[in-house]
Design a protein around this ligand. Structure first.
Ligand code: ADP
Ligand code: ZN
Length: 292
């Protein structure tokens, strides 16, 4: 089966052709400008590729409620040119194939759960810590949507007593994204994360906030494994700090075999940065089967 996959991001649109086994045959990257400029390029790429369905993992917020009039729209995004934009409708009309749609992080969670390190688990999470923070959640074997979709990057956190940074989120200031995403690190310390590798205090504080969020996710969602991805996690020495800090903050309240083996519980992605695009292939397969 030939399938199309689109990872729609704030800076670039990754388009790929692949199949139902998650194999990627070819891909291109197109800069995200305004819909007027970018959408014709996406359509041009996919239109003669003989795909039977398309899957999209999309930046958000997006409307995933199938009974809503604005299902398939990007909704209140700060990228204003894309606000209230019917991305699914436009691609469906142009390509005339089923179009699966979910958030970018739900796409990554699905890719890993189908072909990667959370395969076979009914409950898992994928958290990306990059320019923003997002959380994709699989509960009882399916992606969690709820009334909209989870916005786990905006979990409200308690400040570390020694941190006097005000927080970067325009809505909440000191949510997880506002305290721990790449731009918050840069604003707090005056340098990009990649240039702060040898500053122990930077990564201890970072681990403190990430762990606080993970403890909350663990308490509410009880995931069987948590994946941490995104540019900030390229700091290899941070993973052990996060694991230690999660154990410290949990304070022994929950005892499971998963937490005892925390190296296999909180893990890095396993699909060579293809988890998002592979997840989009799976969204395509699922939508094809749904519409058949
Ligand atoms: P995006 O979230 O835009 O898709 P990334 O996941 O690569 O992209 O995240 C980019 C953010 O991650 C930037 O804020 C950048 O400063 C930060 N970042 C990238 N590489 C590193 C690194 N090696 N160490 C720490 N921070 C990094
Ligand atoms: Zn926020």
């Amino acid at each position: 089966m030939r399938l199309g996959a689109l990872e729609a991001g704030g800076t670039k649109m990754v388009c790929a052709i692949g199949n139902e086994n998650g194999e990627i045959i070819e891909r291109v990257s197109i800069p995200t400008e305004t819909p007027d400029i970018t959408m014709p390029k996406l359509i041009e790429y996919f239109k003669d590729k003989k795909i039977e369905a398309l899957g999209i993992g999309c930046f958000g917020p997006i409307d995933l409620n199938r009974s809503s009039e604005t299902y398939g729209y990007i909704t209140t995004t700060p990228k204003l040119a894309w606000a209230n934009y019917n991305i699914v409708g436009v691609l469906k009309a142009a390509l005339k194939v089923p179009v699966g749609f979910d958030t970018d992080v739900n796409g990554s969670a699905l890719g890993e759960a189908t072909w990667g390190i959370t395969k076979g688990l009914e409950n898992s999470m994928y958290i990306t810590i990059g320019t923003g923070v997002g959380a994709g959640i699989i509960t009882n074997g399916i992606l969690l949507h709820g009334m909209l979709h989870p916005e786990g990057g905006h979990l409200l956190l308690s400040k570390h007593p020694d941190d006097d940074y005000e927080g970067k989120c325009p809505y909440h200031k000191t949510c997880l994204e506002g305290l721990a995403a790449g731009p918050a690190i840069e604003a707090r310390w005056g340098k990009k994360g990649a240039e702060l590798a040898d500053r122990k205090e930077v990564w201890e504080l970072e681990a403190y906030y990430i762990a606080q969020a993970l403890v909350d996710y663990i308490m509410i969602l009880s995931p069987q494994r948590i994946i941490l991805g995104g540019g900030v996690m390229h700091q290899e020495h941070m993973m052990p700090l996060v694991r230690e800090e999660v154990k410290r903050q949990l304070a022994g309240y929950i005892k499971t075999k998963e937490l005892e083996d925390i190296e296999h519980y909180i893990v890095l992605p396993s699909l060579d940065d293809n988890q998002g695009i592979m997840g989009a292939l799976k969204l395509a397969v699922d939508e094809y089967q749904l519409e058949k």
